[in-house]
Design a protein around this ligand. Structure first.
Ligand SMILES: Nc1ncnc2c1ncn2[C@@H]1O[C@H](COP(=O)(O)OP(=O)(O)O)[C@@H](O)[C@H]1O
Ligand SMILES: [Mg+2]
Length: 395
């Protein structure tokens, strides 16, 4: 392998836009969230629920938590839930991963102690109750952290209630066990339902998008391993365009670094970045690309106004629910296009962008007043890249 090939190989391993982080070396930031998980493990009888938007970095954090604990002190088990899982299948998968060591005294002159690793038997019956799981784990004295990732994908409603009952049982009777439930949701209730008896024993952990500092740390931590550098203007653009999504930081860094290495540069420049933007658009999620193209598609050769409406959405201030007001969109649209569209027309356009025929790019959310947001939050970053690409096409 040439040194250039080796570097490219390293780029592919360091930047993983589509896979969660496995190694703590490549993981940046999230100190507050890590601290909260540590607190839940250390506080007997405490559990945690981590919720956040897709792509915020929840699975990466769970992976890193697992590798940070020494199994001699805290055993960690991570189970990824699937849509057809239920209480029984989830626990079957969990118990399968638990191995206990039993000291063995050998027969002979010397009393040498060895250990035998055995797995725990799972009861062979159709209905498994929370008390069955309590019974199985009651022999286990170690600190145990069990993580259920992608809990939101479970369709069986009964599982949530049974899991909530089990958390309470663990808190009361097996306080050395901590359960961490992770999923895409706006709050804890959405993930496991509302259970007032559980309020005191559950720590809520909201996984925010990455801060600017965390994005910068991600960029330069990775480049240091690659022995490369980046012009500060490029790093600033990557942070701005990624809108807090580490997926896009990885994507833009990967293609910028790849282009620089192919040209034997150690320093990543704006020219490499321009190429990376096109590559990142090309390699973005297919559903995002389809939704965007459906939204702006036009039979005529000239562009329709949906492209400008979408840009006006992007430029609008968002609230804590990531939503924007039609009045601000209208103001931005008129400023951008030098037109004087009326509020009814903007409502019509925004309504269309919520429909299938326009890619369902937006979603209505009704609070006191009607507001809109991007249905897939990652769309924001994609649109930024699109507009960078469009503004760079020679006129
Ligand atoms: N703390 C982090 N440091 C570096 N990269 C991260 C971090 N968190 C997430 N990522 C990257 O962001 C992307 C999405 O992360 P992931 O953990 O799969 O998110 P989620 O589980 O919330 O959907 C992946 O490419 C992952 O490698
Ligand atoms: Mg995940």
């Amino acid at each position: 392998m040439t040194s250039q090939e080796q570097k490219l190989d390293l780029i592919y391993r360091i930047f993983s836009p589509s896979a969660p982080i496995e190694s703590p070396e490549l993981f940046v930031g999230r100190y507050k969230e890590l601290e909260k998980i540590k607190d839940s493990v250390e506080e007997r009888g405490q559990h945690a629920v981590m919720h956040g938007t897709r792509g915020a970095g929840k699975t990466s954090l769970a992976n890193v938590v697992c590798s940070l604990y020494n199994p001699e002190y805290v055993w960690t088990i991570k189970v990824t839930a699937h849509h057809n899982d239920n209480f029984k299948t989830l626990w079957e998968k969990t118990i399968e991963k638990i191995k206990i060591s039993i000291p063995q005294r050998n027969i002979g002159f010397k009393n040498i102690e060895t250990e035998k690793i055995v797995s725990i038997d799972f009861p062979d019956k159709d209905n498994i109750s929370p008390s069955d799981i309590e019974k199985i784990l009651s022999t286990f004295e170690n600190y145990l952290l069990i993580i259920f990732d992608e809990f939101d994908s479970i369709e069986d409603k009964e599982t949530k209630t049974q899991m909530a009952d089990l958390l309470k049982i663990f808190s009361d009777n097996l306080p050395q066990i901590t359960i961490l439930i992770i999923g895409v949701a706006e709050n804890v209730n959405e993930l496991i339902g509302k259970h007032s008896s559980l309020e005191r024993c559950i720590k809520q952990i909201e996984m925010p998008l990455m801060s600017k500092d965390e994005c910068i740390a991600l960029i330069f931590n990775s480049l240091k391993i690659l022995e490369m550098d980046m012009e500060s203007e490029v790093a600033k653009k990557i942070v701005e365009y990624s809108c807090g999504y580490p997926h896009y930081v990885h994507l833009l860094c990967k293609y910028s670094a790849k282009d620089a290495v192919s040209k034997n540069q150690k320093m990543i420049s704006l020219k490499n970045f321009d190429i990376a933007v096109c590559e990142s658009i090309e390699n973005s999620d297919q559903s995002i690309k389809t939704s965007y193209h459906t939204a702006i598609s036009s039979y005529a050769k000239t562009k329709n106004q949906f492209e400008d409406v979408i840009m006006a959405c992007l430029l609008s201030e968002t609230d804590e629910k990531d939503s924007f007001s039609p009045y601000e969109i209208l103001e931005n649209f008129n400023h951008l296009t030098k037109k004087s569209l009326k509020v009814d027309s903007i409502h019509y356009n925004l309504g269309m962008l919520c429909k299938k025929e326009r890619g369902e790019i937006l979603q209505k959310i009704s609070q006191t007043a009607l507001r809109y947001r991007f249905k897939n939050p990652l769309m924001k970053a994609f649109i930024r890249l699109k507009f960078h690409e469009i503004s760079n096409i020679p006129k």
